[in-house]
Design a protein around this ligand. Structure first.
Ligand SMILES: *Cc1c(COP(=O)(O)O)cnc(C)c1O
Length: 377
């Protein structure tokens, strides 16, 4: 065989795509580019993977259906999704953010988007009078995160949606923690849902992703679509495949994690070495009644606690845990514990003795026993 023949054969023999076979699970389409038909058309509209890819389309259609929205857009991380939402606003717009918003979103607005003219006000969203007073003529968007991170404050989505709509603003709910399994923002009047799919959707702490889902089509949909494709912060086909795979078991995982979190919260709330447990499923939580209405099937797999003592004592307790891993992030099959103040830095308002807990799928008896032994000393 001539060398030039080898080179051509090496390409041509491995280029084959099977057609009309019926795989039971979706294949991964890594191809960045798709063949054009002689008449100029592209099958199913796939041209180039930044614009669209079969794995991304599968994921986006699934996300839209699960959340009950008209359109979904997938991104390479939760923060890329958040950025796309803000980039779809205009530079002179004003937005309202919860005072305990996911810390990195605050940093993004304060340090990046502020420089482009976007203005913001931090509001305690559980205080509806404070919320009403914070609107300006150019307020375009109200951001909600409920339960919030890391204090697990509960906001009434329906009430905030009514107020926002009266003022001509859109309401966005970061639904990462409850997931559509436990909370349905569109049924409560939200216009947009955002997720870090890195968490419960992926579910195995092995893929980053984010998405925006819009309840109905609007001019805003078009702007988000353009930011997604023109800026290109899109997830890879493999990432989309992993998240789609996670979706198949998400409802089972989330229910199990929520049930275990409720049991652990109840145990810790009675422990003499714990100052406070923040879990909206406990009847003494300030948002308990709203959470029961808004999250009727469970208060979620996340909680935070204040350990009696200072920050050093909290770190000491978390270091003694064996089943729980000390790491950031949440929503995976493994239980994690994190000292939030150290990760958020000196400007954070988070109490120094706060530990945030993401409950995984380990045996609940083992999880409780782990805290029992760590708190004993
Ligand atoms: C993790 C998280 C984000 C950011 O998502 P990334 O995938 O890390 O970019 C945003 N909001 C909430 C509530 C989160 O937990």
């Amino acid at each position: 065989m001539e060398e030039h023949q080898f080179a051509t054969k090496a390409i041509k023999t491995t280029q084959r795509a099977f057609e009309n076979i019926n795989p039971v699970t979706a294949p991964i389409y890594l191809s960045t580019t798709f063949k054009r038909n002689p008449d100029g058309s592209y099958n199913d509209g796939f041209v180039y993977t930044r614009a669209d890819n079969p794995n991304r389309r599968i994921l986006e259609q699934s996300l839209a259906e699960l959340e009950g929205g008209a359109d979904a857009f997938a991104f390479s991380s939760g923060m890329a999704a958040v950025s796309a939402l803000f980039q779809s606003l205009s530079p002179t717009d004003h937005i309202l953010l919860p005072d305990d918003i996911y810390f990195n979103i605050y940093l993004l607005v304060d340090e990046v988007f502020s420089r482009w003219g976007l203005t913001y006000t931090l509001v305690d969203m559980t205080d509806l009078n404070a919320l009403k007073a914070a609107f300006r003529p150019n307020t375009r968007l109200v951001w909600l995160e409920t339960p919030s991170n890391p204090q697990l404050k509960i906001t009434d989505i329906a009430e905030v949606a009514t107020i926002a709509h009266d003022q001509g603003a859109l309401i966005v709910v970061d639904n990462t923690w409850p997931t559509p399994v436990l909370q349905r923002p569109f049924d409560l009047g939200a216009d947009i849902v955002m997720h870090s799919t890195t968490k419960y959707f992926g579910g195995h702490s092995d893929v980053l992703g984010g998405c925006i889902i819009l309840r109905q089509e609007s001019a805003y949909t078009d702007r988000v679509a353009k930011v997604q494709v023109f800026s290109g912060a899109v997830p890879s086909p493999f990432d989309c495949w992993l998240i789609s795979r996670g979706i198949q078991t998400m409802h089972l995982r989330v229910h199990a994690q929520s049930n275990s979190a409720a049991e652990l919260a109840s145990f810790l709330s009675q422990h003499p070495r714990i100052e406070k447990v923040n879990y909206p499923g406990l009847s003494d939580h300030a948002g308990y009644e709203i959470a029961r209405r808004q999250m009727p099937n469970g208060a979620g797999g996340m909680l935070s606690i204040l350990v009696k003592g200072d920050g050093e004592r909290a770190l000491q307790v978390s270091n003694r845990l064996n089943v729980f891993t000390t790491a950031t992030s949440l929503g995976g099959v493994e239980s994690l514990v994190e000292h939030r103040k150290s990760i958020e830095g000196p400007s954070s308002q988070t109490p120094d003795n706060l530990l945030r807990i993401s409950v995984g799928l380990e045996d609940i008896g083992d999880l409780i026993e782990d805290w029992d032994q760590a708190l004993r000393l």
